[in-house]
Ligand binder design. Structure first.
Ligand code: N01
Length: 542
């Protein structure tokens, strides 16, 4: 896939990344009459959905809610085929959006942004790419995604392995033929849990190396319910608006009671009914305190553990698959299709790395503390340097040469997860400190992009040249994000939300858990008060 875009030396805006956020940002910038280019490292648009094309990749937000709302005709025309959209279908949707709005024209593919430096004198960003572009832009918008820098397995020896290996997030474009092969999977997060049942069908033998058993709920995926589609399409504006003002970006009935104030029978009936909905929020949102009170959480965790015991026929395997030691939901819970059932197959094996840790990757396979296993292929489903990795992969320098890496050395800071003090005219779409990964990403992306577009329009209308988060506002917001996180069970768990999956990464709860609607209101208020907490300055350089 190529793009014909030439790149002028001066632009109003450079956008980094052509996933959902970068493409929508481009759309809005064009509406404002600004010149812009999007640089995208991939060979096509799609971001996350371009890269993560491993077998079984699918979004666990339901199709009717995982789409743009800015184009009312498109949301009526587009037909999703399944309850949960598969990666190929989402990618087809993104490509369609790019073409429908002629966005490709300003997207520069196969080009990675390597540096962005702010120049005090001109009040502009100099953006450099790995293909030699040097562009001066008034604004730099980082639409780099929260989960886009793959994490290696850390154990030594990958370079010695004589077979083939694949990371789920960098899957080859031509799918891999595993027939007749002995395949290993390392990792049982969302990616592993989706890939494992399919790999089990394709390989001769599959061995799953599990370090932490996670909670997996069933999707009950299938052809989309046409009646539900018609109902939603008839009221899409209301459905979208309700999502925007909800906790996670999809309106659900808010719980009113503690899990501990109802009888066990009632609780089990409630969990059962919600389990059967086949979604992420059903069980987790059954009671007010499941994410804040360990005893309440235990009731839901026990319910899920019982479902695992019921499903997995070998008790010893079931025991290994039971998540323990972290509260349900505090590591991103997973949705799966036939995940636990897969372990009932004779050709699927489970190695518990808590009992026998992985020691090295060898020429022939994997060695644990107990023995060596031989494989033809290894699949790394080991996750990402989440939420900060993609920002820090670029050499970003703000005022006085301050690097983003220095600024974030103790963990990411920023105001509203949108801007960083010391980095004028730089925007971080779904950045740390915003609801981002704790929400339906597209709802959060649209809100950020719309808000940034409003701000840029305000700057233009008032002849202003720079906008920058103030240190004070950034600090206060950071405190608020931290306090909200600490009121929950999340910080108690080693998770990628906490940066705990990457050795040496500061341990900070990086997302805002106050809720999508609350956050949206805060952003609206900030804008309404003349972009309170941001410093708006100067006249546009001539
Ligand atoms: O990554 P993960 P992911 N040795 O970090 C294990 C989104 N997503 O790619 O938990 C052995 O969750 C690691 O073990 P542990 C979604 O937000 C969404 O699966 O660190 N094991 C863990 O089991 C998701 O949360 C969708 O002990 C090692 C696994 O690898 C996020 O992306 C689909 C290891 C990594 O799990 C990330 O998901 C896919 C090592 N050295 C992804 N290093 C949907 O919408 C890591 N692990 C459905």
């Amino acid at each position: 896939m190529s793009s014909s875009s030439t790149v002028p030396a001066e632009l109003d805006a450079v956008v980094v990344g052509a996933g959902f956020s970068g493409l929508y940002m481009l759309y809005r910038l064009r509406e404002l009459g600004m010149s812009a280019r999007v640089f995208e490292a991939g060979d096509d648009v799609g971001g996350t959905w371009y890269w993560n094309r491993y077998p079984g990749a699918r979004c666990d937000v339901e199709s009717m809610h995982y789409s743009f709302s800015f184009d009312p005709e498109l949301e009526q025309e587009w037909e999703w085929t399944e309850k949960y959209p598969s990666q190929p279908e989402i990618l087809a949707y993104i490509r369609h959006v790019a073409e429908r709005h002629d966005l490709r024209h300003d997207v520069v593919l196969s080009t990675r942004v390597t540096a962005a430096h702010f120049d005090e004198g001109s009040r502009r960003w100099t953006v450099r790419t790995d293909r030699g572009h040097v562009v001066s832009a008034r604004y730099c918008v980082l639409a780099v995604g929260c989960l886009s820098v793959p994490k290696a397995p850390e154990v030594p020896g990958l370079e010695n392995f004589r077979g083939s290996w694949y990371h789920t997030s960098q899957w080859p474009e031509d799918d891999v033929d595993f027939s007749g092969q002995r395949v290993a999977v390392i990792g049982t997060g969302s990616s592993g849990i989706q890939a494992i049942p399919i790999l089990a069908e394709r390989a001769a033998e599959l061995t799953v190396f599990q370090r932490t058993a996670n909670f997996c709920l069933p999707t009950f995926n299938g052809p989309i319910d046409r009646e539900m589609v018609a109902e939603i399409k008839a009221t899409y504006p209301e459905v979208r608006e309700a999502g925007r003002n909800s906790g996670f970006g999809i309106a659900i009935e808010a719980p009113t009671r503690s899990a501990l104030e109802v009888s066990e029978d009632e609780r089990l009936r409630t969990y059962e009914e919600r389990w059967n909905r086949g979604n992420l929020t059903g069980v987790l949102q059954a009671y007010t305190d499941l994410l804040t009170d360990q005893a309440a959480n235990d009731t839901a965790a026990d319910f899920v553990r019982d479902r695992i015991r019921e499903t997995v026929t070998d008790p010893a395997t079931a025991e290994k698959l039971l998540p323990r030691g972290h509260a349900f939901g505090t590591k991103r819970p997973c949705l799966g299709t036939g995940y636990y059932e897969t372990f009932n197959r004779d050709d699927v094996h489970l190695v518990d790395l808590r009992e026998t840790p992985l020691v090295e990757i060898t020429e022939r396979g994997l060695r644990t503390s107990e023995r060596e296993y031989e494989f033809d292929s290894i699949v790394l489903a080991t996750g990402f340097d989440a939420m900060t990795g993609a920002f820090l992969a670029i050499d970003i320098r703000g005022r006085d040469g301050l690097t983003l890496r220095e600024k974030w050395s103790q963990g990411p800071v920023g105001y509203l997860g949108l801007g960083v003090a010391g980095f004028p005219n730089l925007f971080t779409i779904t950045g740390p400190g915003s609801p981002s990964v704790l929400s339906n990403m597209i709802v959060s992306i649209e809100q950020h992009v719309d808000w940034i577009a409003g701000l840029l329009s305000h700057l233009d209308a008032n002849g202003l040249s720079t906008v920058e988060a103030s240190e004070a506002a950034e600090k206060e917001w950071g405190e608020h994000v931290r306090e909200c996180g600490e009121a929950t069970l999340y910080p108690k768990t080693d998770s990628w939300y906490m940066g705990a999956n990457v050795p040496g990464k500061p341990r900070v709860f990086m997302a805002y858990i106050g809720g999508v609607g609350v956050y949206r209101e805060k952003c609206r208020e900030v804008a309404g008060n003349g972009y309170e907490g941001f410093v708006l300055q100067g006249s546009v350089a001539g």
